[in-house]
Design a protein around this ligand. Structure first.
Ligand SMILES: NC(=O)c1ccc[n+]([C@@H]2O[C@H](COP(=O)([O-])OP(=O)(O)OC[C@H]3O[C@@H](n4cnc5c(N)ncnc54)[C@H](O)[C@@H]3O)[C@@H](O)[C@H]2O)c1
Length: 285
């Protein structure tokens, strides 16, 4: 397949573990140079070693994506060091679970700052420079949670919906600039995400853990599917079958979709059902 993706220099935020690391390795296997940005220095160095072993090259930059100045600093660093950047991946993300009024407002700020503002700062710094260079591609990692709005995950859902909306907007806006935009919307797969997760009820943690324990698709496989989609310059990539089915149902009949989940919740069946489906690996397939 002929790739519509130009160049071989990528910067990935949150690349010290999970999906960010898998994306870095998948690109390295194709000979890309990868900028690894994270707050976790040890993990970022480990990713760099793995990138080099996989045949790629790269560099590490310590930055917190919630700090606009730090994002500006790594943008300037990679553009100056490499003479340009072809692909930006806004991947750094965090998760909080709980019900409305129970989730502390500081957790809302935390999730918004990392998941949305971090993505926004990346776009704000990279896009004008990509415009000047005449091409580029932005990959934003959202989640199917931003489409189907899972219960007890309102901050996460709202940030991912905002990332999807931002990506759709940029997709149109950047048409004349030869800059592609892709938004990835995976459902649960096993990474380090739960090690930093904040939650208000033990059930939240247990349920999220069971989705990870019984996940069917690895982060490496998700990364391969996402890269395939950006090579085709797709706007959306929903890399698992279960997520695609949820997406279709929500689009086809939103009232029925949310009505059904509301009913299941009202008769207290939603949680046990969600747990059984997670243990069967059906939500993560
Ligand atoms: N794992 C899943 O089930 C799943 C599903 C859908 C979407 N996602 C999304 O995938 C992306 C990657 O998450 P993951 O699952 O690989 O989790 P992860 O925890 O393994 O990776 C997230 C990385 O982001 C880094 N990070 C967190 N806050 C940061 C900050 N302020 N500045 C810089 N780096 C920061 C972490 O150190 C970590 O290395 C996230 O956007 C997440 O929302 C994950």
């Amino acid at each position: 397949m002929r790739s519509k993706l130009k160049g071989d220099r990528a910067v990935i935020t949150g690349a010290a573990s999970g999906l960010g690391r898998s994306l870095a390795l998948a690109l390295a296997e194709e000979g890309w140079t990868v900028g690894i940005v994270d707050v976790n220095d040890a993990g970022a160095r480990e990713t760099l070693q793995m990138v080099e072993r996989a045949g790629g090259r790269g560099g590490v930059f310590h930055a917190d994506v919630t700090d606009a100045e730090s994002v500006k600093a790594f943008t300037e660093h990679f553009f100056e060091d490499w003479g340009g950047v072809d692909l930006l991946v806004n991947n750094a993300g965090v998760l909080s679970m709980g019900s409305m009024g129970e989730i502390p407002l500081e957790d809302w700020d935390w999730v918004f700052d990392v998941n949305f503002m971090g993505t926004l700062y990346g776009c704000h710094e990279f896009i004008p420079r990509m415009r000047k260079q005449g091409w580029g591609h932005v990959l934003n990692i959202a989640s199917v949670a931003g489409i189907i709005s899972l219960a007890d995950m309102s901050p996460y859902n709202a940030t991912k919906a905002a990332v999807i909306s931002l990506s759709e907007t940029l997709r149109m806006e950047l048409g004349p600039d030869n800059i592609g935009v892709t938004v990835a919307c995976p459902i649960w797969f096993r990474t380090d995400l739960l090690s930093r997760m904040r939650y208000t009820e033990e059930w939240d943690r247990e349920w999220a853990q069971s989705t990870f324990d019984y996940a069917r698709v690895t982060s490496d496989e998700i990364a391969r599917r996402i890269i395939k989609a950006i090579k085709k310059n797709r706007l959306y990539v929903v890399p698992q079958l279960s997520a695609r089915l949820f997406w279709l149902l929500k689009r086809a009949a939103p009232e029925v979709f949310f009505g059904l989940f509301r009913l299941l919740n009202r008769v207290r069946v939603l949680r046990p059902l969600a747990k059984v489906l997670a243990r069967l690996g059906l939500i993560q397939y």
